[in-house]
Design a protein around this ligand. Structure first.
Ligand code: SF4
Length: 214
C-alpha cells in the first residue's frame, strides 16, 4: 500500500500537472449545478454541457422546473444517457426544493441525499463547488486512481475510498484534490491506455510499473 507521505508527494506532482483543475459542468447557480451533476451520472460533462443551455433557458430555477412538463424536459435532455429517469428525477428534485427547502439548496450532505438522483458523490460536488464546503467526491476517476496507486485495496468501496482520502489529505485541500484527481484521470491516467510511459507519477505507481515492465 502507498504511504500517506508518498501519496501526498503524488498529489503534489498531479497538482503541478493540472494546476487549473476545476469543475467542468456549466452552471450559473447552485441549483443549475445540482441539476447538471444529476444529469452527469454515467454521462460525460461535455454531453451534459451541450444539453443544459436549452434546459436552463426554459427552466432556469427550481420554481420553473418544478412545474415543467415531463415530456418537454425529456425532449431537452434526450441526448444524455438515462434521460427518462433523469428527467423524472430533476423535476422531482425541483419540487422537493420548492416544497421542503423553501426554494434553497440544502447545504447539508444528508439532506441533499434525500433528493432524487442525488447520491454521496453528487452531494459532495454541489457542496464543494457551489458553497465551498470541503468534501472529496469519489467518481470513477478518483476511485480508479486511488486503486491503481494502491492508496486503498482493490476491493475498497467508494465510501472507503472517500474516507481514506479525507484521512490522508488535509481538509483545506479536499476540493482542489478532487478536481485534480478527476483531471488526472480524465486526461492522463485514463481507464484505457493510461499514459504510463510519460507519467511523472510512475516511480510511485505499482500499476504503471507492472505495465511498463511487460
Ligand atoms: Fe496512471 Fe500509469 Fe501514471 Fe500509474 S504510471 S499513475 S497507472 S498513468
Amino acid at each position: 500500500m502507498l504511504s500517506k507521505k508518498r501519496f501526498l508527494a503524488v498529489l503534489d506532482i498531479i497538482g503541478e500537472m493540472f494546476p487549473e483543475a476545476h469543475g467542468e459542468l456549466d452552471a450559473k447557480t447552485p441549483f443549475q449545478l445540482l441539476i447538471a451533476v444529476i444529469l452527469s451520472a454515467q454521462a460525460t460533462d461535455k454531453g451534459v454541457n451541450k444539453a443544459t443551455p436549452a434546459l436552463f433557458a426554459a427552466y432556469p430555477d427550481s420554481k420553473q422546473l418544478a412545474q415543467a412538463n415531463l415530456s418537454e424536459v425529456e425532449a431537452l435532455i434526450k441526448t444524455i444517457g438515462l434521460y427518462r429517469s433523469k428527467a423524472k428525477n430533476i423535476i422531482k428534485t425541483a419540487m422537493m426544493i420548492e416544497e421542503e427547502f423553501g426554494g434553497e439548496i440544502p447545504r447539508d450532505k444528508q439532506l441533499l441525499q434525500t433528493l432524487p438522483g442525488v447520491g454521496r458523490k453528487t452531494a459532495n460536488v454541489v457542496l464543494g463547488d457551489a458553497f465551498g464546503i470541503p468534501g472529496i467526491a469519489v467518481d470513477t476517476h478518483v476511485e480508479r486512481i486511488s486503486k491503481r496507486l494502491q492508496l486503498v485495496k482493490q476491493s475498497a468501496t467508494v465510501t472507503e475510498v472517500e474516507e481514506k482520502l479525507m484521512k490522508v489529505v488535509p481538509e483545506s485541500e479536499w476540493i482542489v484534490t478532487h478536481h485534480r484527481l478527476i483531471f488526472f484521470g480524465r486526461y492522463h491516467c485514463t481507464a484505457r491506455a493510461p499514459k504510463c510511459a510519460a507519467c511523472p507519477v510512475l516511480p510511485y505507481c505499482h500499476f504503471g510499473g507492472k505495465i511498463s515492465s511487460k
